[in-house]
Design a protein around this ligand. Sequence first.
Ligand SMILES: NC(=O)c1ccc[n+]([C@@H]2O[C@H](COP(=O)([O-])OP(=O)(O)OC[C@H]3O[C@@H](n4cnc5c(N)ncnc54)[C@H](O)[C@@H]3O)[C@@H](O)[C@H]2O)c1
Ligand SMILES: [Zn+2]
Length: 672
Amino acid sequence: MSEPINNQILSLRAQLEEHNYQYYVMDNPTVPDAEYDRLMRELIELETAHPELLTADSPSQKVGGEALGKFEQVQHQVPMLSLDNAFDEAEFTAFNRRIKERLLSTQELAFCCEPKLDGLAVSILYRDGVLVQAATRGDGQVGENITENVKTIRNIPLRLRGEDIPQELEVRGEVFMDSAGFARLNETASAKGEKTFANPRNAAAGSLRQLDSKITAKRPLMFYAYSLGVVQGAQLPNEHFAQLKKLTEWGFPMCPETRLVEGTEQVIEYYQDILTRRGELAYEIDGVVIKVNDKAYQEQLGFVARAPRWAIAFKFPAQEEITQLLDVEFQVGRTGAITPVARLEPVFVGGVTVSNATLHNRDEIDRLGVKIGDTVIVRRAGDVIPQVTQVVLDRRPDNVRDIEFPEHCPVCNSHVERVEGEAVTRCTGGLVCQAQRKQAIKHFASRKALDVDGLGDKIVEQLVDRELVHTPADLFVLKQGHFESLERMGPKSAKNLVEALETAKTTTLAKFLYALGIREVGEATAQNLANHFLTLDKVMSASIDALQEVSDVGVIVAQHLHAFFNEPHNQEVVSALLAVGLNWPDIEQKSEQQQPLAGLTYVLTGTLSQLNRNDAKARLQALGAKVSGSVSKNTHALVAGEKAGSKLTKAQELGIDVLDEDALIALLAQYE
Ligand SMILES: NC(=O)c1ccc[n+]([C@@H]2O[C@H](COP(=O)([O-])OP(=O)(O)OC[C@H]3O[C@@H](n4cnc5c(N)ncnc54)[C@H](O)[C@@H]3O)[C@@H](O)[C@H]2O)c1
Ligand SMILES: [Zn+2]
């Protein structure tokens, strides 16, 4: 009988040891805390049922973490312990009952309630009011000397303030990273292609345990004091809460949510209140810590192997859980962005059952290295949409499949486009895609586009929801009766709307191009396109290179334009718009006289100091010149600003005229 049990115990211990190593030594846990806590519970239950199998070196008996050899070691005079957990109200009441029995107390106890900050414990030693040493918890007996790093944390006093300064004072508390600082740190790291931290706790631990304190100094670390170690040469209050108050007088920050309460009912109220506000707090917490307030009682209760009997961590529902990635589907957003969505084996996390999580984009999938069938960690913090944060590689099954990004929009089947340097993949069917329809039609009718008077957002939404309008072209075939059927639409406004649509049919090429809602094509760009190409046909058939000759159009905008007009669905809508009668006056080609630089190609290079490059380009174009991106034998002249490079060399090789900025200004002045 006890043979298989012993094996089970040994296996649990081995798993927990490995998790401890990843978590405490590498600051890079491979499973969520909830999973770790379950394994620990299982171990403790087996050991309790079979006390003969309990050994002193079991992870259930030790404070996790060992001091790394790369740091000097610090022996703690008073051990730094862990905390026992209560996972629900019943476990908390059981804790209360146990201690009352031990204390032979029939009265409700006073408790100090504190958020359980998710960072790491440090001990900071002051001699005659000056910070002389700081250490991590380590294995509880021996920690790591991190004095220089701790000195860089802005809200830790280097010198105590106020009066009655003790000869020796050891303050303990949590070093943590607030949520905003954590997000910023990870954003910067991922922008640089560096490794990101799984959660604020690991970010805090990784930042504090640096050999170079200059690195620590750059990290957004904070500290809240929550207890005392050694104290010599001072008379302190004999209640925990009052001691914390004393610490604040000496200049230590204390968590502002700390409260003194009486009895279990008030503890539960406190727990509920903090749980409700969990998402609003500036930092992450994984529960609250409940401590017997009376120091004499604390002493009477004492310790077990790895935790005090007088305190308990009353945990919140986990925000990270482990589950299976069943499949990946692709959703199309209002603006055409295609987001991969993970379909998960449903799992209870962050207080709800989660079966979908976002995978953000293609880069994120690559970064995670995730495949369909993988075991993954899902995180749901507050109201933020659940995310897949990590793959548990140890638990990758053999039959995993790669995630294939679609080449066509899953909603409208248009081509998808991915612009270089952008993480997002988009549907190019802006005018037809059901997912983008409302947005596209609102934009089409907006004031700076076709300016359809009276076609407000609410009306567009109803038209789309009732399937009366699929593309902007459909607007123009609607009759008064269609509009009258909408909510809050009388015959008069319906009639006005039909007339407004009729009026809107006559527009300009620039407004028409803008109304199409092509990504990054604003009013000014649309105007430049119209001036440059003169006709819609020429805009639609222009190559990426030709598009870049237009002022204000760089390679990205050119790619968006090209992709848009090459999508057959969009071509159909444009034809339909022309068929229902959209029209605009011809743009007059300026006469030769007004276009003294007609037929000449200029290239701009280097930095211009008096003119803005785009303006210079636009002004040359207004005079009829072409402005190209590269020098060839067809180039009429090169305008070379400061620090001109290879284009200048090439122009010189080809014997092409080179103008400096002053010469360009003189040229423009001559004709403008
Ligand atoms: N995911 C993993 O692989 C993995 C591995 C090891 C440990 N863990 C997690 O760590 C836990 C064990 O770590 P632990 O031993 O540090 O215990 P703990 O984090 O559950 O509790 C003790 C710690 O709480 C912190 N704390 C925060 N606020 C406090 C306050 N107001 N008063 C007192 N202490 C406060 C202190 O740092 C203290 O050391 C596990 O329950 C698990 O959740 C996870
Ligand atoms: Zn689409």
